[in-house]
Ligand binder design. Structure first.
Ligand SMILES: *Cc1c(COP(=O)(O)O)cnc(C)c1O
Length: 474
């Protein structure tokens, strides 16, 4: 039977191989074919029952070649529809960019651009100046520097201002933000010595004061972001800490994390520190992410006193942490929307967060209504009350209320439904709760809603299909 296996030459003549040649080139097509033929040879050796003709083995090889290519196509960065209701979903790329930011990326920054060029003088210009100025204005800070992400910002600040000395931090703030960002580890990496004070739930100003000695460089305040201590708690205000550090000639640095530029308590985010408030309270340096509540691209913002920011800018490490033209372009466009006061409608993260429960319920009901008659009686599709999530380490307690689409099937499990949607094109990412699949329209844009409608229609027409993509090799 092994003699009936197709050769590379024979398989190369199949129509799928011909299409692959065009799409991925000869070297990789042949490599994929060898892999597929080897797999079939192994399968036959392990299980010699059954009859395999030349024709049937060629068909098997073609099918497996298609499957291998299809699974390669799933890898890499692909657009998805986020129906999880988690607004800042780190695994799904955090903040979706605004239309203006997308346009700036492709139209202004993807070719030659004024990254370090001044059009007025025709001479070399300052990199990132516009985004830095916009941020300084919005944060009320003297100066701003932009690096790769907030982890880089924290590491940079601690390395430059605290290396070789002691950093005082409350035991309640020795947190892990997720994805390997642990405050004690960042401190160790930066060459600073951690000086813990207080207890997990209560730290007083006097605890900080007692720990100050001639090795102390800096007082660190970290916003615990994804975790909250409630009950019998105490912690000095940021102004008290700023005054203390001032009296002792120390620096005070606050890692604010998600970086709300304005007060978001109106959309249920009561505990998010506002960048400008910390700066106004006298904090020397504040760091936060560009792709959380700011709603821009991945970046880390360092805002603070001019002399300190200048020292960072001149430090050799800055070269290793700086961002590229695509990031500046997307940030500038996003920040202009903040400055104009249109961010709440135009920046997707803020727009999604401000969707009211009533508006979400209405939208969800009419979406379900539009599908009426499509699913047969084996499906159940109904609106249920639930909660979205902020994600990205913001508002751990405050999942804003929403209306979810609960989908289930008499014989198919929620896991099967979830996989069908995940394999669709574009892939739809949903949540599973018990026997039901839950979809939250809060994180689905109007354009994506139409795509979701098409995908669900295909699912109802061919339940169990693992190919809802209309996916074809050409
Ligand atoms: C999210 C977060 C970070 C890490 O930010 P990245 O931009 O993901 O590097 C650091 N500190 C705090 C307080 C955060 O919330």
């Amino acid at each position: 039977m092994l003699r009936n296996l197709p050769s590379v030459e024979v398989l190369l003549r199949s129509s799928i191989a011909q299409k692959l040649l065009l799409q991925t080139g000869e070297t990789h097509t042949v490599a994929l074919m060898r892999k597929v033929i080897d797999e079939i040879r192994r399968d036959i050796a392990e299980n010699s029952r059954g009859v395999h003709t030349k024709d049937s083995l060629l068909t098997v090889a073609e099918e497996r070649l298609t499957a291998a290519w299809q699974s390669e196509q799933m890898a890499g960065v692909r657009r998805v529809i986020n129906a999880t209701g988690v607004v800042i979903h780190t695994n799904l790329g955090r903040a979706p960019l605004s239309e203006n930011a997308r346009r700036a990326l492709s139209d202004e920054a993807s070719g030659y651009c004024t990254l370090e060029y001044d059009l007025e003088t025709g001479k070399r210009g300052a990199r990132g100046l516009k985004a830095e100025n916009l941020l300084a204005e919005l944060a009320g800070a003297e100066s701003v520097l932009i690096v790769n992400n907030c982890a880089a910002a924290a590491f940079f600040v601690l390395t430059v201002f605290a290396s070789g000395g002691e950093v005082i931090i409350s035991r309640g703030e020795l947190v892990e933000i997720g994805g390997d960002f642990r405050v004690p580890d960042v401190l160790t990496q930066s060459g600073a010595t951690l000086r813990e004070v207080g207890t997990t739930n209560r730290t007083k100003l006097a605890d900080y004061e007692k720990a100050i000695n001639d090795k102390t460089r800096l007082i660190l305040r970290v916003h615990p972001s994804n975790y909250k201590i409630v009950g019998f708690t105490a912690t000095p205000t940021i102004s008290e800490l700023a005054d203390l550090s001032d009296r002792h000639n120390l620096l005070i640095y606050e890692d604010i994390g998600s970086g709300a530029l304005v007060d978001l308590s109106g959309v249920g985010l009561d505990d998010e520190p506002v960048v400008a408030n910390s700066i106004a309270a006298g904090v020397d340096v504040v760091t936060f992410s560009g792709d959380k509540l700011l709603g821009g691209p991945q970046s880390g913002i360092i805002a603070g006193k001019r002399d300190l920011i200048d020292r960072l800018r001149k430090h050799p490490l800055y070269r290793a942490l700086r961002v590229d033209k695509l990031i500046y372009a997307a940030l500038e466009a996003t920040l202009e929307q903040h400055r104009r006061g249109t961010a709440a409608t135009e920046v997707p993260v803020l727009n999604m967060l401000s969707a009211t429960p009533a508006a979400l319920e209405k939208r969800t009901l009419s979406f379900i209504e539009s599908l009426s008659g499509k699913p047969d009686e084996r499906f159940s599709i109904e609106p249920i009350p639930g909660n979205s999530a902020i994600g990205g380490g913001a508002g751990p307690m405050s999942g804003p209320p929403t209306t979810l689409i609960a989908l289930s099937h008499k014989t198919m499990t929620a896991a099967t439904l979830e996989k069908s949607l995940r394999n669709a094109s574009p892939p739809v990412i949903a949540r599973i709760a018990g026997a039901r699949l839950l979809l939250d329209l809060r994180t689905v844009s109007a354009a994506e809603e139409r795509e979701l409608y098409e995908i669900l229609t295909r699912l109802f027409a061919a339940p169990g299909s693992q190919n809802l993509s209309g996916w074809q090799i050409d």
